[in-house]
Design a protein around this ligand. Structure first.
Ligand SMILES: NC(=O)c1ccc[n+]([C@@H]2O[C@H](COP(=O)([O-])OP(=O)(O)OC[C@H]3O[C@@H](n4cnc5c(N)ncnc54)[C@H](OP(=O)(O)O)[C@@H]3O)[C@@H](O)[C@H]2O)c1
Length: 210
């Protein structure tokens, strides 16, 4: 399975590297190609780098891991190439001081992304867990699997993303339709508040117990 990473920063690098270690063919891209090249080199054999359009063109799964403010630019460039592809949205539309979200209640970053990439099958995922947890490549905290929530309207797209999450060793939790991103995005804000605001650090995560 080929996975394109748009944005080779904290999230893109950590998830991309892990995915490559579990057998995905990963194509890193970023604004500055050098950052993608460095990410691919560090990730090893199963990975390479390309510009955003090339990376999207090659992959079946695409992870969107850029600041929300860059989404419009990225999708105006790569949007048409995303037709029928699974677009995993890990973004959080944070305010500049990280204290709130720029949108919510009546929409979500994921739903706005779906409007911009109308041919893609958008799946909200990975946004409620810190990059440090992905970078650690340890899906458990104190023996409990960390939950990685995902939400989407397309069943098959959901299954592909749930499969990636499970292969990484996390507890993949179906949070419902894409509209449920309205719940997952504030959850990321809670995570940030717990981690930074309340001093719990960035090696934390939610576990959904049934
Ligand atoms: N960090 C976390 O713990 C965390 C957790 C959950 C969700 N998120 C969300 O994930 C997203 C990424 O966060 P991050 O911490 O990984 O950010 P980051 O470290 O700042 O990395 C952002 C990446 O986006 C790339 N980028 C920016 N504009 C671009 C463009 N126009 N075209 C292509 N690539 C572009 C940058 O490219 P260059 O390297 O070339 O500058 C960089 O590689 C954000 O929406 C954030 O809210 C973050």
């Amino acid at each position: 399975m080929k996975l394109a990473i748009i944005g080779s920063g904290n999230i893109g690098k950590s998830i991309g590297t892990w995915a490559s270690m579990i057998g995905y063919e990963v194509i890193f891209s970023s604004k500055n190609l050098q950052h993608a090249q460095e990410a691919a080199k560090a990730a090893g054999n199963n990975s390479k780098s390309a510009n955003v359009r090339e990376a999207v063109g090659l992959a079946e799964l695409v992870l969107l891991a850029v600041p929300y403010g860059a989404v419009k630019e990225v999708l105006s460039d790569a949007g048409p190439l995303l037709k029928d592809k699974v677009l995993i949205d890990a973004t959080n539309a944070l305010t500049d001081d990280y204290s709130g979200l720029k949108l919510g209640f009546t929409t979500s970053a994921a739903e706005e992304i779906q409007k911009l990439a109308s041919g893609a099958k958008v799946v909200k995922a990975f946004n409620t867990v810190f990059a440090d947890v992905y970078a650690s490549r340890n899906p458990k905290i104190k023996g409990n699997k960390v939950s990685v929530f995902y939400a989407a309207d397309d069943k098959e797209a959901k299954m592909k993303v749930a499969d990636l999450i499970s292969k990484m060793g996390f507890d993949a939790v179906d949070a419902g339709p894409l509209k449920a991103a309205r719940n997952l995005e504030p959850m990321a804000l809670l995570n940030i508040g717990l981690g930074y605001g309340l001093g719990n650090g960035t090696s934390i995560g939610f576990s959904f117990l049934r």
